[in-house]
Design a protein around this ligand. Structure first.
Ligand SMILES: [Zn+2]
Length: 283
């Protein structure tokens, strides 16, 4: 087995036997995979506290073709996130990021956009407290990076911009996005969107499109997929009621693509929701 090396984010770990760990990572060059770190709990030289959730590491590993588990040789920290572990809000937001990255991908699905986005999101959450738009931008960018980009700016049937619609617009995830008032009928399911939520979703979609273009055409830092430059503008649109509506609409789009339910929402929802409390939100 050849020794390979890749930058990676640790998505989850579990103890195995007396001294080993099984670790699942999202890597830049080999997608998501799991590996066993023999003696991980003892070896400070090969794994100096680096096999923990959120760790951004350079991972040396060996893998037999089609084997379920790789053998992890060494993990060296690329970048520490000192503030993520020091605040419950940041920890909750970072947990949401790695859980979505994990549940959107199958093992060994190759493509480095989601890795580049996860690095940008953890870096953003480490830099300052997550705002009301942080996770929404991440969710929409994660969908886009995984090939599930929804259409939130024009009607999926007639292709007219929905921004200046007079009547209610409906989000219908199985159709891939929004239906204008002219094209919608009564029984498509999904949810109606208020003009304010629609305006915010459009802004989020344009922010994600700019980040994808910057990465693709080299205007930005090619190592990351960073949609957070327009975050302040999106946050201003997210009064508490709109924030809940936008969160619900992204949840509706995301859920069918996830492998399993999101535990971060159940466990940490109250912490994340406190970020949208009326006292803190400018109206
Ligand atoms: Zn239409």
């Amino acid at each position: 087995m050849r020794l390979e090396s890749t930058p990676a984010i640790v998505l989850r770990t579990r103890e195995y036997g007396e001294s080993d760990k099984i670790v699942t990572v999202l890597s830049r060059t080999a997608g998501k995979f799991s590996g066993i770190a023999k003696g991980a709990k003892r070896s400070q030289r090969r794994f100096p506290g680096t096999l923990e959730i959120f760790s951004h590491v350079t991972l040396d590993y060996r893998r037999r073709p089609h084997a379920e588990l790789a053998f992890l040789d060494r993990a060296v920290l690329v970048h520490p996130w000192p503030r993520i572990l020091g605040s419950l809000e940041r920890f909750a937001a970072a947990s949401h990021v790695v859980e979505i990255a994990d549940k959107l991908t199958a093992e060994s699905e190759v493509g480095d956009d989601l890795y580049a986005l996860a690095v940008a999101a953890l870096s953003r959450i480490d830099a300052s407290e997550p705002g009301p738009a942080t996770l929404r931008l991440f969710e929409l960018a994660a969908l886009t990076a995984s090939g599930y980009r929804p259409e939130l700016v024009v009607c999926v049937v007639c292709r007219h911009a929905v921004g200046d619609e007079r009547g209610p617009v409906r989000l219908v995830p199985p159709l891939g996005g929004v239906l204008c008032s002219g094209c919608r009928t009564r029984d498509e399911g999904g949810m109606l969107l208020s003009p304010a939520a629609l305006e915010c979703l459009g802004l989020l979609q344009r922010a994600v499109a700019r980040a994808v273009a910057a990465r693709r055409y080299g205007n930005g830092n090619g190592a990351t997929l960073d949609p957070f430059a327009d975050e302040d503008e999106a946050s201003r649109l997210l009064a508490p009621r709109v924030a809940r509506e936008v969160a619900a609409s992204l949840d509706l789009i995301l859920t069918p693509h996830l492998r399993g339910r999101l535990r971060s929402l159940e466990l940490l929802g109250p912490v994340l929701a406190s970020g949208f409390s009326p006292e803190r939100e400018p109206e």
